[in-house]
Design a protein around this ligand. Structure first.
Ligand code: AMP
Ligand code: MN
Ligand code: MN
Length: 343
């Protein structure tokens, strides 16, 4: 029996949760697991809870059944927490995890220390969607499930571009394509297409960008006022950090947006030399070696000063002092036996 089928054995109800501000991998893995469970165990009642997510993902099967009501007095036999590096990332949905009979966390964040009864954390995997695809029986993955997982992989690899794209990622993506997924639709319509407002805020962020550390760090920030002027919300900012990161000479990219009064969401990316998960972790956030984030209180200047100092420290160090190989290979957490990675 496949692992997922074993986990839901004897369960009548299941709940699937993802992180706050759900991205493509979060939505894709949650809806992909929902579709798979419906195919392999039709009698199981499955509910997905997620914060409102981007319009582009609404075509995925089951998107119309997702609830954002995090305060229902419901208990589920099994809870799946997907693409979340810690319990806090679940936001207001954490109550469903706490109340569930059994909990399973499936993830790929290097900073995840395992907060569920069962933890499958593969920091080498491109995405939680990739982790899930490996836990599913290939013959029982239908087109609806494949579309969700393919979308998740496309988004977390920025269309198979980031260094987290392995040979295995491509093999899994190929197998998903064989289920009838329209690759060009998913890539063009959910990843590259931008609304006019999204392009305007990208332009605004690029104009506001500044170089620090002799051009090795690039930083930009957009305020609530900028969002209003461009007619967008904080759900329209995907891709900005990636454009900053590919600036010539840059090792670390930092993007801030105002998440509330005196509060900023910080996105961090690195090219080859820095481990940005360490920077994010020192602010209570998390993520991967090359992509991490956190939410920090303070002024834009204060936060940028602190991040710049930590990045400078990273860039001065030898790779061994930075926290292992920049690609995260061989990290201890996968070897300590508490978490499992089915590789
Ligand atoms: P982002 O910059 O928001 O695209 O996030 C980059 C990576 O870091 C993603 O894999 C996120 O899941 C992770 N991440 C972002 N913010 C946080 C946070 N506050 N805590 C833990 N992980 C985070
Ligand atoms: Mn995510
Ligand atoms: Mn992910």
């Amino acid at each position: 029996m496949m692992q997922i089928e074993e986990w839901v054995e004897g369960a009548a109800t299941a709940v699937i949760l993802g992180h706050t501000h759900p991205d493509g991998d979060c939505v894709g893995s949650c809806l992909g697991l929902r579709s798979y469970l419906r195919a392999v165990k039709p009698e199981l009642r499955v509910q997905v809870y997620l914060e409102p997510f981007a319009e582009e993902f609404h075509f995925l099967a089951g998107a119309d059944t997702v609830s954002a009501d995090f305060h229902e007095k419901k208990r589920f036999d099994i809870c799946f927490a997907l693409d979340c590096s810690d319990r806090e990332r679940l936001g207001d949905a954490a109550g469903y995890l706490d109340a569930a009979e059994r909990t399973v966390c499936l993830d790929h964040h290097i900073t995840n220390e395992g907060f569920a009864d069962v933890n499958v954390i593969c920091s080498q995997a491109s995405s939680t969607s990739e982790v899930l695809a490996e836990l599913m029986e290939p013959a029982r993955i239908d087109r609806a499930t494949a579309e969700c997982l393919y979308l998740g992989i496309v988004h977390d690899t920025s269309v198979f571009k980031h260094s987290n794209t392995s040979e295995k990622t491509m093999r899994i993506a190929g197998a998903l394509l064989s289920k009838g997924v329209s690759s060009s639709h998913i890539i063009d319509d959910t990843f590259y297409r931008k609304t006019f407002g999204q392009n305007r805020i990208l332009g605004c962020a690029l104009l506001a960008a500044e170089l620090r550390l002799e051009g090795r760090l690039i930083a930009s920030c957009v305020t609530g006022e900028d969002l209003a002027r461009c007619g967008v919300t904080n759900r329209d900012l995907d891709g900005i950090i990636d454009q900053l990161r590919v600036t010539e000479g840059v090792e670390v990219a930092v993007f801030l947006y105002e998440a509330g009064p005196g509060m900023f969401k910080v996105s961090l990316r690195s090219n080859d030399l820095a481990d940005v998960s360490r920077i994010a972790r020192s602010f209570g956030g998390g993520g991967h070696v090359k992509a991490a984030g956190c939410t920090v209180s303070g002024t834009r200047e204060e936060i940028l000063e602190r991040v710049t100092a930590l990045a400078a420290e990273q860039l001065r160090q030898e790779p061994s002092e930075r926290g292992g190989r920049p690609d995260g290979a061989g990290n201890e957490r996968e070897k300590n036996g508490r978490n499992t990675c089915y590789k």
